[in-house]
Design a protein around this ligand. Structure first.
Ligand code: MMA
Length: 212
C-alpha cells in the first residue's frame, strides 16, 4: 500500500512538472510572439507608413511592386497610381493631350509639392533617357533646377549639382536673366535650356518611392 501511494505520488509529481514545463513554454512563446509583433509593427508601420498615410491625403491609390527573390527579403515599394517608377523614385509625366498643365516654374513646383513631390531632378544619363523617352518632343518641361544667383545651379531636392552629369543643349545655359530650366527637344536631341521663370510650360514631378 505504502509503495503504491509512493508510486502514485511520483506520477502526480511528474505530471505537475510536465504541466509546469508546458505552461512556461507557452508563456515564453507568447512573450516572443508579442515582442516580435511589437518590433515588426514599429519597424513596418511606424516609419514608412507615416509617409504612406501622409501621401494618402493626396493620392487615393497606389501601385506596389515586390522586390527581392526570397520570401524573407521581399520588399514592397509603391508609387501613386499612374506614376512611373524608375530606381528609387516615382515620376508623374503629363499626358500628351493635357492642355491645362502649363504653368510658371514656381507654380509648377507648388503643384508637385501639393502632391508630396517636387520637380524632376536628373543625376544620370539613365534618368535623362528614361524620362525623355516618355515625353512629347513637341512640348517643353520645367525641371527642378534653378539659378540661385550668379549661375549657382541648385536642385530642388537639395542634392548637389554635379557639372559632370548635366545635359545642357549646345550653347546653354545662355543668359543670367534666365534662372529656370526646361527639358526640351531641339535639333533632334533632348537637353536642358535656361529660360525666364515666369514662362509657362508643362513639368514633371518626382518623389521617392514608398517602402512598405
Ligand atoms: C531662345 C530661348 C533661350 C535659348 C535660345 C537658344 C531666343 O531665345 O529659348 O533660352 O537660349 O532660344 O537659341
Amino acid at each position: 500500500m505504502v509503495q503504491e501511494r509512493n508510486l502514485q505520488g511520483k506520477g502526480v509529481c511528474w505530471s505537475l512538472r510536465l504541466w509546469s514545463a508546458a505552461v512556461i513554454s507557452i508563456l515564453l512563446l507568447s512573450t516572443c510572439f508579442i515582442a516580435h509583433c511589437v518590433v515588426t509593427y514599429q519597424f513596418t508601420m511606424d516609419k514608412p507608413n507615416t509617409r504612406l498615410s501622409e501621401l494618402h491625403t493626396y493620392h487615393s491609390s497606389f501601385t506596389c511592386f515586390s522586390e527581392g527573390t526570397m520570401v524573407s527579403d521581399k520588399v514592397w515599394s509603391c508609387c501613386p497610381k499612374d506614376w512611373k517608377l524608375l530606381g528609387s523614385h516615382c515620376y508623374l509625366v503629363p499626358t500628351v493631350t493635357s492642355t491645362d498643365s502649363a504653368a510658371s516654374w514656381m507654380k509648377s513646383e507648388e503643384k508637385c509639392s501639393q502632391m508630396g513631390a517636387h520637380l524632376l531632378v536628373i543625376h544620370s544619363q539613365k534618368e535623362q533617357d528614361f524620362i525623355t523617352n516618355i515625353l512629347s518632343t513637341h512640348a517643353a518641361y520645367f525641371i527642378g533646377l534653378r539659378d540661385s544667383g550668379h549661375r549657382q545651379w541648385q536642385w530642388v531636392d537639395q542634392t548637389p549639382y554635379d557639372e559632370s552629369a548635366t545635359f545642357w543643349h549646345k550653347g546653354e545655359p545662355s543668359s543670367e536673366d534666365e534662372k529656370c530650366v526646361i527639358l526640351n527637344h531641339r535639333n533632334d536631341q533632348w537637353g536642358w535650356n535656361d529660360i525666364p521663370c515666369n514662362h509657362k510650360h508643362k513639368s514633371v514631378c518626382q518623389m521617392k518611392k514608398i517602402y512598405l
